[in-house]
Every structure is written in structure tokens, then in C-alpha cells.
Design a protein around this ligand. Structure first.
Ligand SMILES: *Cc1c(COP(=O)(O)O)cnc(C)c1O
Length: 413
């Protein structure tokens, strides 16, 4: 077995590799049910002739937040289809539990509310974060008070009322990386939340490095096809129980159809991430060697995201792509490109945006599963500012001396 991709034995007995979990976790009971595909349960309510027993079950849920035995009573408590996705994602992240939500932002909201309910409204966070996460923390919409700092300043920023430390690595949109183990150490007893949307558990499992809470916008790589919105938090069962109570009370549930699509998406996650990452690394290498590009951001960790700064007009590149789709979001089977200062990070104050490296010339590209030569040709024609079709010779430049290891492709950062 590939030991690198084996999951911690505490959570899987016997230990199965990540690629195996991706296609089997959350589906282990299907054969016994006489099924092959996971069933979709669209019920909003569940009949019961025993209301005394229901009262007891509701009391148990209200006091413990533990998952109910038997049918969910009402769809805002739980759902068997979304529960399969939660089981599978927890397996992939190596956590005891996972709790799903209607979107990544609903998931982050639930985490903040869960900590605030313990009287801990202060958050320490490292920029950049996804634009709306930055906004949710800073705008005071949930009464959160945030101290922004760099990784080295975390220990000093922690106060008695600090409930959470938040980092994204690689970060949206600069792909800046933080050392999770070092940051977790700085957090002491304060839980560290790592937004693992960009890396996915295929490339990085933050709990193995000391994070307590892992957040995903499931809308991105977990779904993987740009057709489902969701969020999920992977964590220990104690915190999951609080999150379930918050979710029940506030209602940001994942729809069962979305749960089904996310479970299906997980099956191909390792294959998609590895294939797209190989193309992204190659595009990053070629961009590094391209005189039209001022700077390329590509993580040491690898991954399918590439960001780059152009000397010319970034809006012209967005207007010029033909195969690549000019759209926000990421993690789909097709390649997307967007201008963070205009879209994904528009809601962040301009000064804060610039200070965290999100400049006006930065473009963020989510590399999909197209042939890398076709992607490069489209990028080249968009960068050249020529009309599509005007370029008659191959857009592919001569190979450069850069090596083939991901670290060597990084070039200028
Ligand atoms: C998109 C995104 C989110 C928000 O997720 P939604 O599903 O859009 O609500 C949070 N974090 C990161 C890193 C993201 O890219």
C-alpha cells in the first residue's frame, strides 16, 4: 500500500488508501441494501407513531448534538444522503466527524457561531483569505472581532476570549502557504481552522499537522463539476456535535441532492486533483519562462491552481480567453480564470487587499482536465491580445531548463 496516501489507522480499520476511501467511504452498507448507487432521500419529514420516543430523541439531540439513531424526524436535523457525504469526507480528512452545510460560507458561519456561543468571539486570522471569508470576519455581521496577523504573530495576537485561529493554505488567491504544524503550535489550546479548499485531502490533511478544524467550500474540488454548492467542516465529534446544534437552529443545511452529487464527486477527487495538478505545474513552468508574465505563484505543495501577474492589462487577458472560461469559482473539470481584485476579492478593502498581495495585475486560474497544450495555446493567444485565430504558428514556446519537480517549477514567487 502507498503509505503516503494511507489514512490514520485510528479512523479506518483496516487502513485503506485515500483512493480506495474516495470510492467506498460512505457507501459501505450499499451492497447489503442491494444497491450500487447511493439512494437519494428527499424527505423533509419522517412518520412516527410513537411521539413519546420522538420527544426523547429530540431531547437527546438538543442536549448532546449527537447524530440521531434511526430516521431524522425532520430534514433540518439530518439526512441519510448528506450523512453519507459527511462520513466519506471525514474518512478522507482523517477526522472522527464531518458536518455539511449549504455552502462554504454557511459552514464558516456555523463555526463562528459555535465559538461565539461559548463566549469566544475573538478570531485571529492570517491574510489572504477567500474574499467573503475576510468580509464575514471583518464586517462584524456576526459580532466577530478579528485580529489580522502573519503566522509569526499568532501567539501574540491570542487573547483570553480568542475562540479560533483561521488560516488558508494554499491561500486564495495568492497561493501563499503557511506551515500548519508551526501555526498549530502557536495556537496553544485555541483551535486552529485550516481552510483546505485549495489543497483538498488528496494533497494535504491538516489534522495530521495539528489543525483541529478543517473547512471546505465543497462547491469547488469536492463537487468538482461546477454544478453543486456546499460546505463541510471536518473535526472531532465534540465540535461536530456543537455544529449540528447550530445547523439545526440556523438552518444552513446541505440539500440531499447536493449531498448525492458531492458524494459522487469524492469518488473521482484523487484522480481529478492529480491530473489537473500535473497540467497546472506544467502551465506554471511555462508561465515562469514567459516574458509577458511578471510573477508566477505556484505552491510547493502542488495543486491545480496557478496565479500569475501580467505586465500588460489583466482585463484584456480575461476578455481574450476562448477555451478557458472567464468566471469566478474553481475546482471544476474545466479551466476557469478570474481577476481577484475585480471579483473574488472585490469585497475586501482595497488597502487590505493590496497589502496581502492581491494586486491589480494578479490573475487566478483554476486548471481543469483539458489537454495542457490546448490550455497553453488559449492562454498564449489571450496574453498576446490578438484576435483568436490570428496566431498562425504554434503558441508553444521552447522548453526551458526548469526541472520537472513541482518545487523547481515555482520560479518567481
Ligand atoms: C469559495 C470559497 C469559500 C466559500 O465557499 P462557498 O461554497 O462559495 O460559500 C471559502 N473558502 C475558500 C478558500 C473558497 O475558495
Amino acid at each position: 500500500m502507498d503509505t503516503e496516501s494511507a489514512l490514520p489507522s485510528a479512523t479506518t480499520t483496516p487502513s485503506r488508501a485515500l483512493a480506495t476511501e474516495a470510492v467506498h467511504a460512505g457507501r459501505d452498507d450499499l451492497a447489503a441494501l442491494g444497491l450500487h448507487a447511493a439512494p437519494i432521500d428527499l424527505s423533509t419529514t419522517y412518520p412516527s407513531y410513537d411521539s413519546r420516543a420522538e420527544a426523547e430523541r429530540i431531547d437527546t439531540f438538543a442536549t448532546t448534538g449527537a447524530r440521531l439513531d434511526g430516521p431524522p424526524v425532520y430534514a433540518r436535523l439530518d439526512n441519510p444522503t448528506t450523512a453519507r457525504f459527511e462520513t466519506a469526507l471525514a474518512r478522507l480528512e482523517g477526522t472522527a466527524s464531518a458536518v455539511s452545510f449549504a455552502s462554504g460560507m454557511a459552514a464558516l458561519t456555523a463555526v463562528l457561531l459555535a465559538r461565539a456561543s461559548a463566549g469566544l468571539r475573538h478570531v485571529v486570522a492570517v491574510r489572504p483569505l477567500y474574499g467573503c471569508s475576510d468580509h464575514l470576519l471583518g464586517a462584524g455581521l456576526l459580532g466577530t472581532e478579528v485580529t489580522w496577523t502573519d503566522p509569526a504573530g499568532i501567539a501574540d495576537a491570542i487573547r483570553p476570549d480568542t475562540g479560533l485561529v483561521i488560516v488558508e493554505t494554499p491561500a486564495n488567491p495568492t497561493l501563499a502557504e503557511v506551515d500548519i504544524r508551526a501555526v498549530a503550535h502557536s495556537c496553544g489550546s485555541v483551535p486552529l481552522l485550516v481552510d483546505n479548499t485549495f489543497a483538498t485531502p488528496v494533497l494535504q490533511r491538516p489534522v495530521e499537522h495539528g489543525a483541529r478544524i478543517v473547512l471546505h467550500s465543497a462547491t469547488k474540488y469536492l463537487g468538482g463539476h461546477g454544478d453543486v454548492m456546499g460546505g463541510v467542516v471536518a473535526c472531532d465529534e465534540e465540535f461536530a456535535a456543537v455544529l449540528r446544534r447550530v445547523r439545526f437552529a440556523t438552518g444552513g443545511v446541505l440539500h440531499p441532492m447536493a449531498g448525492y452529487l458531492l458524494l459522487r464527486g469524492l469518488a473521482t477527487l484523487p484522480v481529478r486533483v492529480r491530473a489537473a495538478s500535473a497540467s497546472a505545474a506544467e502551465l506554471a513552468r511555462r508561465l515562469c519562462a514567459d516574458p509577458r508574465i511578471a510573477r508566477v505563484h505556484y505552491p510547493e505543495l502542488g495543486g491545480a491552481m496557478v496565479s500569475f501577474e501580467v505586465y500588460g492589462d489583466p482585463h484584456q487577458v480575461i476578455a481574450g480567453v476562448r477555451l478557458i472560461t472567464p468566471a469566478v469559482s474553481l475546482g471544476s473539470v474545466d479551466t476557469l480564470i478570474q481577476h481577484p481584485a475585480s471579483i473574488s476579492h472585490r469585497i475586501v478593502d482595497e488597502g487590505d487587499r493590496q497589502a496581502s498581495g492581491v494586486g491589480d495585475r494578479l490573475l487566478r486560474m483554476s486548471v481543469g482536465l483539458e489537454d495542457v497544450e490546448d490550455l497553453w495555446a488559449d492562454l498564449c493567444q489571450a496574453l498576446s491580445g490578438e484576435e483568436p485565430g490570428a496566431r498562425s504558428v504554434s503558441a508553444r514556446p521552447a522548453r526551458t531548463a526548469a526541472g520537472s519537480a513541482p518545487g523547481a517549477r515555482q520560479g518567481v514567487r
